[in-house]
Design a protein around this ligand. Structure first.
Ligand SMILES: C[S@@+](CC[C@H](N)C(=O)[O-])C[C@H]1O[C@@H](n2cnc3c(N)ncnc32)[C@H](O)[C@@H]1O
Length: 304
């Protein structure tokens, strides 16, 4: 079992995409935390999203939760081998061909079907063919992201990439004591014990206001207050500043902690045109932070 810090050389990519996915920050996050794993230690991640942090860490025991039941359903299906790489491949070939023949109308038919049945395979299809890989649900809990407008989306190579990601996720969790659960963060933090470690990656305040992501100042302040009382180690990811503004919530609610900062660049398209830099903070409970930070090693190029 991996105690932390870990030097990750190659970041694995999971099959689900979501807003705020930490793929590029995994090496930074796992290199800044110091956590000595005990036989019963649990890695607790109450805002799982794509799961990229836990999947790369591969803890022996984990409690991986999110309020989004559809994300959790995909990972439960992979864990129980109801979805394998081969099953995903067959499904995406079949549905991808229909998308290619019928076009956008077919995407919206699958979206309608998913909103009736909640099928995890349909969710995977939509997540990988919707606009910008967004996950967004309306007030009634219906997925409402439009089509990416590429009827040929599910090319052979794209399907292979997705099925490899499903197989990779399955390998990372194989034989491990991991529980995937639908739950709000308050319920999950009650489980944290002194030997555990909690990694928090809540939504950006005020940015996402959909069914699963209603995250406002009050919720963010409650999270900070409860987290500071935890008997376990913890670390929280927060954006710190960009060229236009600072995240005042960090100063107001997360002071007295160890702060590590990683400058992260967004770029547009396949050409590396820097669009903007954002400073991402990792706020770590005192006693659980490492000292070293090699920024240049962290600017990895990762293909999602
Ligand atoms: C920023 S994303 C996490 C990204 C993740 N670390 C990754 O790298 O993919 C935040 C997640 O929190 C979930 N979430 C929002 N409100 C929540 C709540 N009250 N309790 C638990 N999870 C919540 C969302 O569904 C979303 O998946």
């Amino acid at each position: 079992m991996s105690s932390l810090p870990l030097q990750i050389k190659r970041v694995g990519v999971p099959p689900i995409k979501c807003q705020g996915i930490k793929t590029k920050l995994v090496p930074f996050i796992l290199s800044q935390i110091q956590w000595q794993v005990q036989p019963h230690s649990i890695w607790i991640e109450p805002f799982l999203g794509s799961g990229v942090v836990a999947f790369n860490l591969q803890p022996e025991r984990a409690l991986l939760t999110d309020t989004n039941q559809h994300i959790i359903a995909v990972y439960q299906a992979i864990q129980q081998q109801r979805i394998t790489g081969a099953i995903a491949r067959e499904f995406l070939i079949c549905e991808g061909e229909k998308l290619s023949e019928i076009g956008a109308t077919y995407y919206y038919q699958v979206r309608e079907r998913f909103n009736r049945t909640g099928s995890p395979l349909d969710f995977l299809f939509l997540n990988r063919s919707c606009f910008n890989g967004l996950i967004r649900f309306n007030g009634d809990g219906r997925f409402n992201v439009p089509f990416c407008r590429k009827p040929q989306r599910f090319s052979q190579s794209y399907i292979t990439k997705i099925t490899n990601q499903v197989d990779w996720a399955a390998r990372q969790m194989a034989g491990k004591d991991w529980e995937f659960r639908v739950a709000p963060w308050q319920e999950i933090l009650q489980h944290a014990k002194s030997e555990d470690f909690v990694y928090l990656d809540p939504p950006y305040i005020g940015r996402h206001t959909d069914y699963y992501n209603a995250w406002d100042h009050l919720e963010a302040e409650k999270l900070a207050a409860v987290t500071k009382t935890l008997p376990s180690g913890f670390a929280a990811s927060m954006w710190l500043e960009n060229q236009y503004r600072k995240n005042l919530h960090v100063q107001t609610c997360w002071s007295e902690l160890e702060m590590r900062v990683c400058h992260h660049f967004y770029h547009v398209g396949s050409k590396e045109i820097w669009r903007g830099e954002i400073a991402e903070a990792l706020l770590i409970k005192p006693g659980y932070a490492t000292n070293e930070l090699k920024i240049e090693d962290l600017r990895l190029k990762i293909e999602d």
